[in-house]
Design a protein around this ligand. Structure first.
Ligand code: C5J
Length: 235
């Protein structure tokens, strides 16, 4: 059992029954020309989450532990895109339209895929989700249960939308979730701050919050492996 210094109190976890959940690190959210920008956002704040997320991912992989990724998006025929979602944003282009990285938020398109820094490797399932929550209309819960997973360490974008929804869903399903504050990102600094506050308020109403440094220290203690220094080359 390892303990991460976290709020509102220490997050105790058993590495073998904990998954690293990487939420929606897709070009469509992180880079200009995708869904995030189509909604009128400056995408650059999300880039800050990538180096910490990459360090956590490397350390977790080095420890031989279970990683699972999600991607938000839709079937090419958009048969799983409800009108209630399609109308959101009201920008010039929206889900299914062609942008510089292919059709926005459509499976199989360049923009829909995960950025290089945290790209999945063999053995790491990728869950395609049509909604905000990683558990909605996906087999995530079944995969986690098959693996005996009971706790989640969460990185991803965006903090107040898909990360929040997924962590709430996880808590309802009996998982403990730790969100790493510098490895999740929002287009809005104020939403980032408040979204993290909400998770850890009221005694940790649906989770815990820590950061990549504190988490990596706990993981190193648990595994006896030292984390790579920040900025070290990825091999
Ligand atoms: C959004 C997400 N923001 N992955 N999706 O629409 O947070």
């Amino acid at each position: 059992m390892a303990t991460v210094d976290a709020e509102p109190y220490g997050f105790e976890f058993e590495p073998a029954t904990t998954a690293l959940l990487m939420i929606d690190f897709q070009r469509d959210f992180v880079y200009p020309g995708g869904f995030g920008e189509a909604l009128g956002n400056d995408t650059s704040p999300l880039l800050k989450a990538l180096p910490p997320a990459e360090r956590v991912l490397r350390a977790w992989r080095d420890a031989g532990l279970f990683v699972i990724h999600t991607r938000e998006g839709h079937r090419p025929d958009l048969s799983d895109l409800p009108p209630s979602k399609k109308v959101r944003g009201r920008g010039k282009i929206t889900i299914g339209d062609v942008g510089p990285m292919g059709r926005i938020l459509v499976r199989g398109e360049l923009g829909h895929d995960i950025v290089e820094e945290v790209y999945p490797i063999d053995g790491e399932p990728v869950v395609d989700k049509p909604g905000k929550g990683a558990f909605y209309a996906t087999d995530l819960d079944a995969i986690l249960k098959m693996k005996g997973i009971r706790q989640l360490v969460v990185c991803g974008v965006t903090t107040e939308v898909c990360v929040h929804t997924s962590v709430r869903e996880a808590n309802d399903r009996g998982y403990d979730a730790l969100v790493l504050s510098d490895a999740v990102g929002s287009y809005f600094p104020e939403f980032q701050r408040v979204a993290l506050e909400m998770i850890k308020a009221q005694g940790g109403i649906f989770g815990w919050v820590s950061d990549s440094e504190r988490f990596l220290r706990a993981l190193a203690t648990a595994t006896g492996k030292q984390p790579a220094a920040a900025g070290a080359a990825v091999v």
